[in-house]
Each structure stands twice: as C-alpha cells, then as structure tokens.
Design a protein around this ligand. Structure first.
Ligand SMILES: Nc1ncnc2c1ncn2[C@@H]1O[C@H](COP(=O)(O)OP(=O)(O)OP(=O)(O)O)[C@@H](O)[C@H]1O
Ligand SMILES: [Mg+2]
Length: 490
C-alpha cells in the first residue's frame, strides 16, 4: 500500500490578494508592482505548495547573479519551510543551493545568470524541468529570458515561468513583451504594499515618505507604476498623478455587425474582456453632445491602428480603440464606433494608405474630417478627407496635445494612452518620438482627435429675445459701463 501523508496548509498564511493565483496554469505568470507587496513571499509559498502537491514539479530559480539568489530566494524558501515546520520533508543542500522534497523527489535549483556552466548542466534527480521563476526580472536582458523560455519547451508536463519585478522603466522590454501585447497565455497581477496584510508600519511609512523626497521612487516602489526615467515631452508628474485617479472602462469589447458587401447593418456591441475598444462614457443621447474620433492608421505592419473618441466640446476622452488588424476591419469598426457616438466627426490619418478613408466613404459614412490639399498638377486647393501628417502638421498637433496634457490632464481616461505618452521623448534631431522602437500610435490618434475638434459643428440654439427682457435696465451711468461687444441677432 502507498504511504500517503496529509499536510494541511492554512489559507491564512497567504496574502488574500494573491491566493487566486495558487492554481494558475498559464504559461507566464507575472507579478509586478511596488516594493514590499508580498510578491516574492507568495511565489515561494506557492512553489512549496506545488512541490508538495504535484507529482512532478522541478523548479529553477534564476536571478541575475548567483550570490543575490543565495541571500534572497534561497533564504526565503528555507525561512518558509521552517516556519511551516516542514523541515523533515525537505533536504537542503547548502553547498549546491538545492532543495529536495523527500516525499516525491521534486527539486528546486538556484542559479545566477552569471553562472553559465551551471545553468547549462542543471539536471533533476526525478523528471524534467517544469518551472522557472525569474526573480527581479527587470535586471535581466530579453535575450537571457528567451534562452530560459526555449529551455522550458517540450511536451509532457505543464510548464510555467513566473516573473517578478518592480516596474523600474516604462521603456523596459518586459512592458513591451507582456503588457503592450495582450495574450491568453499571460496572467498579470499588479500589487503594492497595500495588498500585503503582513507588512509592518515602518516599511509602509518609508514607502509613503518617498512622496516628498523622491517622486521616481514613489511612483515605482510605493505606487507600483511604471517608472519614467529622463526627460519626457509630456508632463510626467501630471500624467503619473492622473494614473492614480483614472476610471476603469465601463465596457471593454468590440462591435459585431452584418455586412452584405455594400452596407453595414445590425450593429451590436459585444462585451469581451480581451476586446480592443474601451468605453469610458456612453454617448450622451438626450443632451446635444457631439463627438469626434481621431484615427491613427498602422504603418509598416508593426504598429497598431488606434482611435480616440472625444466629447468635442470638453475634449474628454470617452472611448479608445487599439488593435493590430486589417485596414478593412479597422474601417468597419470605426464606422460602428462613429455611428454609436451619434455620427461623430471621423478624422483618419491619410499617410500610409487612404484605404480606411475610402472604405468609410464607400460604406456611406457621411461625417469625415475635411482638409485642404493643394493639387500637385493644377495647383488648386481642394478639399480631401482625412488628416495628413507632415513635418509641419505633426509638431503642431503634438504641441497642442502637450498643452492639453499640462492644462487638462483630467480629460484623458485611458491607462494605455497615458503610459504611452510617458515614454515619448525628443530625440537628438529634435523629433518627438517613442524611443527604442516603441510606439507613438496612441499619441498620434489622440493628437488628431484634439486637432479635428474645431471642425465639429455645434448646433447653437437660436437666441430669442422677448420684449419683457431688456438689456438696458441699468440706465444709471450707462455711458461709463463696458458691456462688451455688441450682440448682433440675425
Ligand atoms: N504571506 C506572508 N506571511 C508573512 N509575512 C509576509 C507574507 N507576505 C509578505 N510578508 C512580509 O512582507 C515582506 C515583504 O514581502 P515580499 O518580500 O514578498 O515583497 P515583494 O513584493 O517581493 O517586495 P520587493 O518588490 O521589494 O521585492 C516580507 O519580508 C515579509 O516580512
Ligand atoms: Mg521581492
């Protein structure tokens, strides 16, 4: 008969905020955020649980250097094993940095990326490598990550990489790889010290004190926001503050519709948490609110199509779209978005190809932004649909956006937009751009949206002057008073 041992672990030993991740089986599990939030501690606890429970679970714990592992992850495993009174079930090998579960042979090996030989030759006494934990992953290069990722391929047992880090740089490869691209095999958990039920008050006070002493540290280690290093074009302080108060989208999803080859009909909204349209305010039907949509089209394949819907009067961002898809699908979603927002004025970037503009026209959308263009043959000025980005118009609309961000940060509601604006810098040639192959498509879409606002026609209600109201009641001193310009009533 098999010897079975029952080990019970109380749920109370875990931080409540993390416990839902205990059984997560997605390939990449990402825990990021502020300092002292309980990430490392939870990851250790979770692996001990997995190691005891799963038939095969062999873990490699990686940090940039072997030494840092000994002092942190390895020490933490030992600490929790002893706290949970499990020492008799584990064999701890100090010289090798190995921990073995004596009940089932599962093992943990610790290695630094600086120990290439050790990394290459790691084997387990029973079965293959199933799990990798990359602690403080912001310290490692993407190429190092790729090598570990490749190592953990292959059929058979369920494999998983856990990645933990503080978000030290908004331009980090980790952000581009796991946050800017949505993927079903990635589970992300953000946490700050507020999620840690076990943290002492001194630590909390220290983190809060950064607010006055070091805004960068405060953003990254207290709030767990992506850190912004160096000088940015948009007011980083205001944007970081705005991130603390932004609303959650009311709806996330996309539009479904019938298309008979000519016309779009039967437009419906589909709720989908992996959707690419975020709605922050639904169209205001009874009031005469007007909307406009700025659209940035994808260039050479790597970029996103974006769209920003604004309340044309206040400039408030009420919806966003961001997706990599074909231009015709984009045009159809814009058609639906425009119709939904009461036939909003749509301004599409006309640079790479004019297909979305023509497609929108063909579908019968009647409210497109019109620009004046000079015909190269006749020299005459003509009216064309769409917004043309040139070396003159680009800085102009971006300058306007810089001013809006500075003066009215509260009109921006979308986290992804703000996080992109925080990456934008001026390069050595003076051009405003996202560095290191980053994206500027949210910035451009939003800048176009604000630019076209002035072309939205507002129906002004007729002013009726009734005979009982007179403007010249205050007869006294009338000649000295300045009542402003004369109002001409047509
Ligand atoms: N489940 C727990 N039980 C008891 N104490 C805990 C638990 N989780 C966290 N702590 C306490 O909170 C402290 C901070 O947790 P931890 O080191 O896991 O944070 P972290 O998010 O990894 O921080 P950093 O980003 O600085 O690495 C730990 O040193 C420990 O004292
Ligand atoms: Mg940690």
């Amino acid at each position: 008969m098999k010897n079975e041992i029952n080990i019970s672990i109380s749920k109370k030993v875990f931080n409540k905020a993390f416990i839902h991740l205990l059984e997560c089986i997605k390939r990449y599990l990402i825990l990021y955020g502020g300092a002292g939030s309980g990430k490392s501690y939870f990851i250790c606890e979770r692996y001990l649980y997995k190691l005891l429970k799963n038939k095969t679970c062999n873990l490699l714990v990686v940090r940039k250097t072997g030494k840092s592992n000994r002092d942190s992850t390895y020490a933490l495993f030992k600490q929790i094993i002893s706290k949970w009174k499990l020492n008799k079930y584990f064999k701890i090998n100090e010289s090798d940095l190995r921990i073995k579960c004596l009940l089932n042979g599962n093992e943990i090996v610790f290695a630094g990326l600086d120990d290439v030989e050790k990394l290459k030759s790691i084997t387990f006494s029973k079965g293959e490598l199933t799990d990798v934990w990359i602690e403080e992953a912001s310290e490692i290069l993407e190429s190092d990550f790729n090598q570990l990722d490749v190592r953990l391929r292959g059929k058979g047992t369920q494999k998983q990489i856990v990645i933990s880090f503080n978000p030290i740089d908004i331009n980090h490869w980790l952000k581009k790889r796991f946050f800017d691209i949505k993927s079903d095999n990635v589970e992300v958990m953000h946490s700050t010290y507020l999620n840690n039920d076990f943290l002492d008050d001194d630590y909390k006070e220290l983190l809060e004190s950064y607010k006055n002493t070091d805004p960068y540290y405060y953003d990254v280690y207290c709030l767990g926001n992506w850190g912004v290093l160096g000088k940015t074009v948009f007011d980083a302080k205001k944007l970081q503050e705005r991130l603390q108060n932004i609303p959650k989208p009311l709806k996330i999803g996309y539009f479904s519709y019938d298309y008979d080859g000519i016309k779009i009909s039967d437009i419906k909204w589909v709720n989908d948490k992996n959707g690419y349209i975020n709605i922050y305010q639904v169209p205001n039907v009874p009031k005469i609110t007007k909307y406009c949509i700025g659209c940035d089209t994808a260039g050479d394949g790597s970029d996103y199509f974006t769209a920003h819907v604004l309340n044309a009067e206040t400039g408030e961002q009420v919806a966003t779209l961001k997706q990599q898809f074909d231009a015709d699908q984009y045009a159809k979603q814009i058609y639906c978005l425009g119709m939904y927002y009461k036939e909003a004025l749509v301004g599409i970037e006309a640079n790479f190809d004019s297909f979305p503009i023509m497609e929108l026209q063909r579908l019968g959308y009647t409210n497109q932004y019109v620009r004046e263009a000079v015909d190269t043959y006749t020299g005459k000025t003509e009216k064309r649909f769409g917004f043309k980005t040139t070396s003159l118009t680009r800085p102009t609309i971006i300058s306007k956006l810089i001013e809006i961000v500075r003066e009215h940060t509260e009109v921006i509601n979308d986290r992804d937009t703000i996080e992109e604006l925080l990456t934008i810098v001026r390069n050595e040639k003076g051009r405003i751009e996202a560095p290191d192959g980053g994206h500027d498509d949210q910035m451009m879409g939003l800048a176009i949206a604000h630019h076209i606002r002035e072309q939205v026609v507002f129906d002004t209600e007729p002013i009726e002057v009734h005979s009982q109201y007179r403007f010249n009641i205050e007869k006294i001193n009338e000649t000295n008073n300045d009542y402003g310009e004369e109002i001409v009533i047509v």
